[in-house]
Ligand binder design. Sequence first.
Ligand SMILES: Cc1cc2nc3c(=O)[nH]c(=O)nc-3n(C[C@H](O)[C@H](O)[C@H](O)COP(=O)(O)OP(=O)(O)OC[C@H]3O[C@@H](n4cnc5c(N)ncnc54)[C@H](O)[C@@H]3O)c2cc1C
Length: 460
Amino acid sequence: MIQKSILEALQKIVGPPHLLTQKEDMLTYSYDAAVLDPVMPAAAVIPETKDQVGDIIALCAENQIPITVRGSGTNLSGGTIPYSSGIVLLTGRMNKIIEINEADMYAVVEPGVVTATLAAEVEKRGLFYPPDPGSMAVSTIGGNVAENAGGLRGLKYGVTKDYVMGLRFFDSQGNYIKTGSRTVKCATGYNITGLMVGSEGTLGILDQVILKLIPAPKARQAMVAVYDTIEQASETVAGIISARIVPATLEILDNFTIRAVEDFSKAGLPKDAAALLLIEVDGHPAVVTEEAEQVKALCLKMGARTIDQAKDDAQRDKIWAARRAALSALAQLKPTLVLEDATVPRSRIPDMVRALQDIAKKYRIDIGTFGHAGDGNLHPTILTDRRNKEEFYRVEQAIEEIFDVALSMGGTLSGEHGTGIAKAPFLEKEAGYSSILFSRQLRAALDPSNILNPGKITGV
Ligand SMILES: Cc1cc2nc3c(=O)[nH]c(=O)nc-3n(C[C@H](O)[C@H](O)[C@H](O)COP(=O)(O)OP(=O)(O)OC[C@H]3O[C@@H](n4cnc5c(N)ncnc54)[C@H](O)[C@@H]3O)c2cc1C
């Protein structure tokens, strides 16, 4: 519950239509894409301007009211599950592209800009914003920065952190902080920009993001390699990387996922294949032709039954639309879908694929595997029913074993989905207690009243 006088003050800041307190609205903001218990917030506010955000934070700081920022709520780690006594701050109205600078190749945007909208706007100008999470049609830049989101092009182009040049954000007291700049290089002060990327709304609330753009590749070639065993497909991934070829995208789909995607999207994928590799090379036309030939030869040498090239943009778009539909397609099969993103060094992808098969057998559960194989970032996706307590217990055991296996291979608990609430209990396995203590000290210093997205990352 929040006092009536505070709700009135919030309403005065944003205007009556932009303060929500109805139960139906609170239900909407009680969950995200992670499989966790929902929590209803006390209210939701929808500011439009920087001053409104500053005033909201100052009011909350004075009254020690927890704030959870929410972009589109697509995160998979519980990062937007609010506090019951707190508010949700929605960024949907802070959705302006402030500047696209073609000469200096950067963009300045508000946090609520949808990722695909920015990508399309810069593409019109012959520029390229590469980070492309599978959710880019709805995810926001603020959510991407706060999660350090990856995507299908991470292998060649990196992830969100590689494109954030600077930020403007509010701290827990409502002070406005500027960090980074519009220049390619910036060595002033601490690298606060780096600290904020991936901070999941726990260190500050983003108001503006300066993003690096690059020239759009002149040519690209998408290919689909079909395999009779998933081992051959995963060995090919390791083979492509060790042959020093760096495709823009190198994705794997196992048979379980292929069948789900094909039933869902009718993209013409071979349902009898044990695995597919979806590959795209891009760059200068001459290099693209050469690399595509090298990739084709390598796939065939490593056991691909066939490898087909997309003949035009329409075919290419169909391939990637099918891949982006993987999660939605799998989600239709059972009431609960748990998507993990433990990541291993790329050369260990074949070992990880084998380990996932063993874990599925051991715990008698269905795991569909797809993902950014070229980044070592598979998405083992467990289909279950959370209401079946006995089965869900086995699922939880399996998840913990997936984490342990990934760490034993020198990997990480999360390649791109963040820590949130879901992975907070496991963080010590990877980072050790000292690292958690350091993070808690940092957080306590920056947010002594613990009002910025409590409970995320550090567990408190
Ligand atoms: C179908 C599907 C496919 C996906 N594919 C990918 C993928 O390929 N790669 C990938 O990395 N992720 C993927 N995700 C996960 C998710 O889309 C990303 O984490 C994305 O970055 C979240 O964006 P959002 O706008 O939904 O943020 P939200 O979920 O609303 O928020 C995410 C976090 O950011 C914080 N936050 C949001 N805005 C701000 C702000 N202005 N200031 C401070 N903190 C803020 C929130 O508090 C929260 O902690 C996928 C999810 C789905 C459902």
